[in-house]
Design a protein around this ligand. Structure first.
Ligand code: HEM
Length: 531
């Protein structure tokens, strides 16, 4: 609304003011000017009672794959259609920005890639994306194994303590452990910083969690309370948030100036030849500083690092959490995974090459992302009026949406759509091996792995945008392969050593959601050493 009102500002005569007020009222009463689009009416309880994506799913089944969700004066368009998603994310990507998401994240990430305006994004994406090349990923696998090994050792030590009490099993919150593991990995991989959070607490770690907590709260609270004048000085939680931000920013600033001061021509040559052997610091920050020289703007670099810290931490921790949640309920699949691990790794540590052989583990990671996509919704705002294409049912002409319309692309709905997946709620990693044709679905090209030759993991191309674990189009995740390999290695190393069961019933694991889907009270599991 705000966008629409600001963009139409003719001379303020009395007559115009009255006209505008009357248009505003009409829009308010109709939940936005979205013509004949099916409408779901949301109640306030839908916003606060349970995760919003559950309600969006029920309305998708009731109203179809493109509908308008009206909350009083505010309307959102909810898309659960691969053809429309492909259009918004790829074909007409630059007619949309991040809208509400940018409003929430800009105070934290500044001009980092996720909330960045289009000009900044174009410039920075060109610089950052090449940093995630294959040899960097290969170098990262030793970071993934090193950090995972520390987690495993911690669990083994706990089991030894339990054994002394005559107990073979330990109970612990694996979600919390995965969060520490993912934080340590992102710290080392992106800016060569040792959080060491698996074994200790520090002011920086506390500040990271404080910032994540606030980001989460902002993304579930629909009124931008943080913009209230003086709030950052008067409201205690806002003061704490700014203090946390300062701690992280100071830490990142220190790392950036250190990276600049220690820039060495010999390392630069190695990086230029993509030679990571014997490179002491293979982090992305090293790459960004070395390849661009001292001219990189520190503020921009800090925003980039902060963005990757936030984007790559809880997301990967969530994949590991839900993978264990699903496997613990499917012991035959867990056993199948362990058989693969035993035959590929034996007692050895995984490396870059073994990821290629751990096919079942890779499929488990993909299937987990299908059932629990992180984030469950992608958010966009139309920069100008646009005409969405007709959906996959082929019987719709598509809808016109006005400039300023907020669009939710429901990845959760796409991933659990009964139109594209057999038994969509079931955990079946094997499903990605089967070709799915498009006989009854106009405009959707089906599921075909040969469309993305060489891809180690199923992606949006093979599923023609019915599977969007990392988004798609120009703003697709830059860290997708990093995250997938990290998850594969961590999962393989955990299952290599331990059997896992849930401590309580699956229903007792309540879901909550902010930017990611996570549990309300942790994922409490029983761990026992494998024979
Ligand atoms: C963007 C998911 C891990 C960095 C995205 C997007 C998704 C996503 C869905 C697209 C958002 C949109 O279109 O609005 C995930 C998941 C991860 C993960 C599920 C883990 C399993 C990572 C990691 C990093 C990272 C490890 C960095 C090391 C980014 C960045 C963007 C992004 C910088 C913005 C890209 C741009 O706009 O150009 N991620 N991500 N992500 N992700 Fe990830």
């Amino acid at each position: 609304f705000r966008v629409r009102c600001q963009s139409t500002s003719p001379p303020r005569t009395k007559r115009n003011i009255l006209d505008n007020a009357s248009n505003l009222l009409t829009n308010l009463l109709s939940g936005g000017n979205l013509g004949s689009m099916p409408t779901a009416e949301g109640a306030v309880s839908d916003l606060f009672g349970r995760p919003l994506f559950f309600s969006l799913y029920d309305w998708f089944i009731e109203h179809g794959s493109v509908y308008k969700l009206a909350f009083g004066p505010k309307a959102f368009v909810v898309v659960s259609d691969p053809i429309v998603a492909r259009y918004i994310l790829r074909e007409n990507a630059f007619s949309y920005d991040k809208g509400v998401l940018a409003d929430i994240l800009e105070p934290i990430m500044g001009k980092g890639l996720i909330p960045a305006d289009l000009d900044t994004w174009k410039q920075r994406r060109r610089v950052i994306a090449p940093g995630f090349h294959t040899l960097y990923l290969e170098a990262m696998t030793s970071v993934f194994t090193k950090c995972s090994a520390r987690t495993i050792t911690k669990f083994e030590n706990l089991i030894e303590v339990a054994k002394a009490r005559g107990d073979e099993t330990i109970e612990l919150d694996l979600e919390g452990e995965f969060s520490s593991l993912a934080l340590d990995i992102i710290g080392l991989g992106v800016f060569n910083y040792e959080f060491g959070s698996i074994t200790k607490e520090s002011p920086v770690i506390k500040a990271v969690y404080g910032t994540l907590f606030e980001a989460e709260h902002r993304s579930t609270f629909y009124i931008p309370y943080w913009k209230v004048p003086l709030a950052r000085w008067v409201v205690p939680r806002q003061r704490k948030f700014h203090a946390d931000l300062k701690i992280i920013n100071d830490c990142l600033d220190g790392l950036i100036s250190n990276a600049k001061e220690t820039r060495q021509e010999a390392d630069v040559e190695k990086l230029q030849q993509r030679d990571y052997s014997n490179l002491k610091d293979a982090s992305l920050l090293r790459f960004l500083v070395d390849m661009r020289g001292a001219d990189v703007d520190d503020r921009q670099l800090r925003d980039d690092l902060m963005t990757m810290l936030i984007a790559g931490h809880e997301t990967t921790a969530a994949v590991l959490t839900w993978a264990i949640f699903l496997l613990a309920q499917n012991q035959s699949k867990l056993k199948k995974a362990q058989e693969e691990i035993d035959s590929v790794l034996g007692q050895e540590l995984p490396n870059f090459e073994s990821i290629k052989e751990l096919q079942y583990i890779r499929l488990i990671v993909a299937e987990t992302l299908r059932l629990y996509p992180q984030p469950p919704l992608l958010i966009r705002r139309a920069l100008q009026e646009d005409r969405l294409p007709g959906g996959y049912r082929g019987d719709e002409d598509g809808f016109t949406i006005p400039a300023g319309t907020d669009v939710f692309l429901s990845v959760y709905n796409l991933h659990r759509s009964p139109y594209f997946w057999d038994n969509p709620d079931d955990f079946e990693p094997e499903r990605f091996l089967t070709l799915r044709n498009n006989d009854n679905i106009d405009g959707w090209s089906g599921f075909d792995p040969s469309r993305s030759p060489g891809a180690l993991y199923p992606n949006e191309i093979v599923a023609d945008f019915a599977f969007l674990p990392f988004g798609g189009g120009p703003r697709k995740c830059v860290g997708d392969q990093f995250a997938l390999m990290e998850s594969t290695i961590a999962l393989a190393m955990l299952l290599q050593k331990f059997n896992v069961e849930l401590k309580g019933s699956p229903d007792s694991v309540e879901l909550v959601t902010g930017a990611t889907i996570h549990t309300k009270h942790g994922l409490w599991c029983k761990l026992r050493r494998r024979a």
